[in-house]
Ligand binder design. Sequence first.
Ligand SMILES: Cc1cc2nc3c(=O)[nH]c(=O)nc-3n(C[C@H](O)[C@H](O)[C@H](O)COP(=O)(O)OP(=O)(O)OC[C@H]3O[C@@H](n4cnc5c(N)ncnc54)[C@H](O)[C@@H]3O)c2cc1C
Length: 453
Amino acid sequence: MPDPYKTAIDPRRITLLSGCPEKAGTVVYWMSRDQRVQSNWALLFARHKAAMLKQPLVVVFTLSPSFLGASPAHYRFMLKGLQETETGLVKRNIPFFLLFGDPAEVLPGFLGEMNAGVMVTDYSPMKISRQWKAGVSQRISIPLYEVDAHNIVPCRTASQKQEYAARTFRPKITALLGEFLKPFPEPSAMPSATPCMPANWPRAFDTAKTGSACIPPGWPEPGEKAAGACLASFLSKRLRIYGEKRNDPNADAISHLSPYLHFGHISAQECALRALEADAPDISKKAFFEELVIRRELSDNYCQYNEQYDSFDGIPAWAKESLEKHARDPREHLYGEETFAEARTHDRLWNAAQRELLETGKIHGYMRMYWAKKILEWSASPEKAFDTAVALNDRYALDGRDPNGYTGVAWSIGGVHDRPWFERPVFGKIRYMNAAGCARKFDAESYIRRYGS
Ligand SMILES: Cc1cc2nc3c(=O)[nH]c(=O)nc-3n(C[C@H](O)[C@H](O)[C@H](O)COP(=O)(O)OP(=O)(O)OC[C@H]3O[C@@H](n4cnc5c(N)ncnc54)[C@H](O)[C@@H]3O)c2cc1C
């Protein structure tokens, strides 16, 4: 039977991380960032390998008890999504395994038990993921293929260096988009079922200490189905006003897709393809592409090529110099991490943004910039401000612990992908924002009333 995936999967998506020779044996997809069945290039590549080698295919997920400050509720969201993934895979005769602990410790034994011949994983530029993969590669004797299933244009293909700004990255992505923005084939079922025990979900919820933590009422539903419904509602109701109203936190004009994109419950490529077909003005589609494709993939570029993406040390020299020059400027207000966390500053607008984060698991994109810039203004030093913004975003945001979060903080506080502006106290040459500016753009009082108590 001809292999339906071969021509669909662009080889530029695939990087060989461990070059041991292939062996006859089970194909294992170590799922990590892209937790879904549909529109997943890593799963499709693993399916292709299984068809070519005439071997069984299994999927495995390794659960670590902690992940960059993720809360028990974040874990619950992820685990519920993974339960849906298991159902989707088993329906296709692909067993799903859940392992507990450090991947480098637990995967080699699992590969032995499975008599594995090839391993495939998905791509992430995050340091923790790279460390996991390096540790696993050292301990296995089969090839490990990494497939970029998150970006439309694979990160390493889009650019081989850290880009200065969206203006330098945009032409590179635009030139390659036609080659990569193509429909996905269906992940077809394996010809026969491989017997396997269901994943130990009680132990998983226990490991993540979810206890009685439930998904807060203001959060979206997890999983691939809910992600699809979120996309459908955005395309039919909100995309048409996205071009005009996306910067107004009171107008429900944005997609709310970021938690789903973060956990890989939906593919950005699928979102982009569906947006192209939607009945909406070009100005809206263009604005959505700018965020979903250019800005999102620029964040992966920043984390891929800047080892210090999650720290003040990673920001450009002009910004560092300017912020250091103003590090001792008197601050009108000074707060520590917990005062920020509890939304107890003097500023009602800022507190409303923090409460939006606590209630809904994210802040509207426009207010997110204000939120981070005020942390810079009211912290003892720019380094402290950077760490506070990252810590709060990682601790509370459902879409946090993501390249977009680190790059968003680095943009707001550290001038990354931005340019020097007029010099002023505390901010130096970093772009400034204030409450009066917000009030000119949208009805700030209405936003405060919404998240005011
Ligand atoms: C300080 C700060 C922190 C941020 N933290 C995060 C975070 O933790 N996780 C996260 O996904 N995004 C983060 N962003 C980027 C952006 O604010 C969110 O992606 C967006 O608000 C999510 O809402 P949405 O899905 O409705 O966005 P939409 O406006 O509907 O955009 C669609 C998609 O495009 C991407 N996108 C939108 N804006 C940006 C941007 N500025 N940079 C990169 N990608 C973008 C996201 O994947 C988003 O889901 C942060 C921005 C700032 C300034």
